[in-house]
Structure formats: structure tokens, C-alpha cells
Ligand binder design. Structure first.
Ligand SMILES: [Zn+2]
Length: 353
């Protein structure tokens, strides 16, 4: 199910485009640029695609757009490349499943450091799971899931979300019953070294009595965003409670308003400067207290009474909220203690309300 029909990006691009204008000396396959339209097209094609193994690049000598694709990177392609893929009508679902297949198959021997105490059980991806990105627009559940994400200003293609067919062919009665329960949910997996170690499954039925179901394994040593811990060591690492908030800030989510000792250890080992962005309502003091102890940082953006980052983005827009998060970053014990002190009276007030 998660297997891509294509082995390389070259296969995908070539299956959509006809390179009838040949190659130049540097190996660029010439084509009229669909991003800018290539002027009046009297000068011959000024766009070019170049392929090399798993890598591809595009450049246009008319509009100057540049993009490249590399599935071994944390983010396989840039915004420009995304624009180029769209302009040329390269099916996004093929690209997404290619990227995902590479991620899953990539060997474990990457540069991820060793966690001594951390033991995470790898979860097989169940036979009833399929990628949201592989579902077509006739699939009502998939459309509901996309709507659910868009309501949170999340691009449905930005993460390997799963859905369940509801039917497992396993002989394990537990799995068969789990499949039934997962049928009308958006499933959000957590990956550690490219393997699924956890998932939360949010009901797409707003009336559901059981809004969340989780993988049936302990989550005290699970965070969302393991892959971010050791990349870009100089950049701030935002730590949020909710998954979507972490997506918006390109950070990690701990799922709760407190840290387990295992989660604390996992985060403390990361060389990045941790910045807790707590929910506005709800008691995040335990998260902040750990942050203070470890000289992390905190950011309390100006988002009025919005309950979290995602809610703030709904009201004020993403640019404003991200900017406000950045502007309000304060690092160190003292700053966090002050933030804590400031929060306490307002939290009591909000609890009464
Ligand atoms: Zn162009």
C-alpha cells in the first residue's frame, strides 16, 4: 500500500513530460517553462530538467526559478520545487509516496545518535492503513480528513497521514477490532529512525464519544519529531503540546502538558536550544518547570485568548503568529520563571470562567 509505483523521481517526471527537445551539453533536458510560460516561445525552450540517480533539478533561464528534489533530505523538496512540480502537472501523490517509501526503506544506519535508555517498540504498519496522500477525491473519509487538516491550516501532503480501511486480514482479534475503530479517523504516526513507533487517531466525527484513540503501546518515551532533534543544531527547537502546533512551528510535540522523564531525557540530549511554547489555557506548568530547570527557553506569543498556536493561526494568520512566537522567545531560568509567574493569575481566572 505504501509502496510507490515509481523507483525514482526521474520515472515520475518522465511519465508526465515529453522531452522532445533533447538535452544540452550539461545534461539538462530542455522543455518550455510552465512556471513562467517561457515568454513567446520564439527562443526555444529555456527550462530544463536534470536527473541524477534519486536526485532531480529544474532551472529556467527565462524566469530564473531553481528547484531540486532529493529524497534523502529531511525535506525532499523546496517551495520552489513544489511550484515547479505543480506547474508541470507532476502528480503530487506519486511524489509523496516516493518520498515516503524512501523514508521507510532508508537504512537505520543514518547519523541519528544512540539513545542509551530509549527503547522504542517498532510498530508494523498494519495492513489496513493507507496513506491519505494515496486516496483519491472520491474517498469521502479522505476528503473529510483533508478538510479536518485544512481547518487547522495544515497542508494534507505535508506529513504521512494515514487512514484505515477498517478491515484487517490479520488473525489477531485485537488487530481486527482495532481496524474497526480506526475506520473513520485520521491517523497521525510518530516515526523514530524511519519506523513507526506510535500513532494517534483522531475521529473525523465531531460527535464521537472517543475523539482520540492511540497505538496500544506506552507513550512515555514518545515524542513527535524525533528526526528534528539532531538536524540544524543551531536553530531553535520549539516544543509544543499538540501535534499540529509543532507542525506549524517545525518543532516537536510531547502530546501532553507535562514531560515524562524519558521525554525530558530525549529532548535534553538534543543540541538544539529548546523553546517551550505552552498552550494558553490548560496547565502547562510542569512543562515550563522542566524548561526552567534545564535553562531552556519559552515563548508566549501575543495571541489573545486563543488556546494554542493553531487556534491563533485561525484567528490572526500564520505569518503574524510565527513572527510573534519568534519575537517573544526568552531564554533561561529567570525568563521562564517570570513567564510562569505571569501565567498563574490569568490561568486561575480562566479556570473560573
Ligand atoms: Zn520560467
Amino acid at each position: 500500500m505504501t509502496k510507490s509505483n515509481f523507483n525514482t523521481i526521474e520515472d515520475i517526471v518522465r511519465s508526465s513530460l515529453d522531452f522532445k527537445n533533447g538535452q544540452n551539453n550539461n545534461g539538462w533536458n530542455k522543455i518550455y517553462c510552465e512556471v513562467c510560460g517561457d515568454g513567446k516561445r520564439t527562443k526555444g525552450p529555456r527550462g530544463g530538467w536534470r536527473f541524477e540517480g534519486e536526485f532531480c533539478a529544474y532551472h529556467c533561464f527565462n524566469c530564473g526559478i531553481d528547484g531540486n528534489f532529493d529524497p534523502t533530505r529531511e525535506i525532499a523538496y523546496s517551495t520552489h520545487m513544489s511550484k515547479i512540480f505543480s506547474a508541470f502537472g507532476i502528480p503530487r501523490k506519486d511524489i509523496t509516496s516516493l518520498v515516503f517509501a524512501k523514508k521507510v526503506n532508508k537504512s537505520i544506519s543514518t547519523s541519528v545518535p544512540v539513545y542509551k535508555k530509549l527503547e522504542l517498540k517498532t510498530l508494523e504498519i498494519p495492513d489496513h492503513f493507507y496513506l491519505l496522500s494515496s486516496a483519491d477525491s472520491n474517498n469521502v473519509i479522505a476528503e473529510n480528513a483533508r478538510e479536518y487538516l485544512r481547518n487547522r491550516f495544515i497542508n494534507p501532503e505535508s506529513y504521512p497521514y494515514y487512514l484505515s480501511t477498517g478491515i484487517s486480514t490479520s488473525d489477531d482479534p485485537g488487530e481486527i477490532s482495532a481496524a474497526k475503530y480506526l475506520a473513520n479517523r485520521i491517523i497521525i504516526p510518530s516515526f523514530f529512525r524511519e519506523k513507526m513507533v506510535y500513532y494517534i487517531a483522531r475521529s473525523l466525527d465531531p460527535e464521537s464519544k472517543l475523539p482520540y484513540m492511540n497505538a496500544n503501546v506506552p507513550r512515555s518515551n514518545v515524542i513527535y519529531g524525533f528526526d528534528k532533534l539532531y538536524t540544524t543544531p543551531k536553530k531553535l527547537l520549539f516544543v509544543t503540546e499538540g501535534f499540529f502546533d509543532a507542525q506549524h512551528l517545525d518543532g516537536v510535540s510531547v502530546l501532553e502538558n507535562r514531560l515524562s522523564s524519558e521525554q525530558a531525557e530525549i529532548l535534553d540530549k538534543s543540541p538544539r536550544q529548546k523553546i517551550v511554547v505552552p498552550d494558553n489555557k490548560g496547565d502547562s506548568d510542569a512543562l515550563l518547570e522542566h524548561a526552567a530547570k534545564m535553562d531552556w527557553g519559552v515563548s508566549i506569543p501575543d495571541i489573545g485568548d486563543c488556546k494554542d498556536i493553531t487556534d491563533g493561526i485561525k484567528k490572526y494568520g500564520k505569518l503574524y503568529v510565527i513572527d510573534s512566537v519568534m519575537k517573544n522567545v526568552k531564554i533561561g531560568r529567570k525568563a521562564i520563571s517570570m513567564a510562569l509567574a505571569k501565567r498563574r493569575p490569568s490561568m486561575k481566572a480562566s479556570k473560573k470562567a
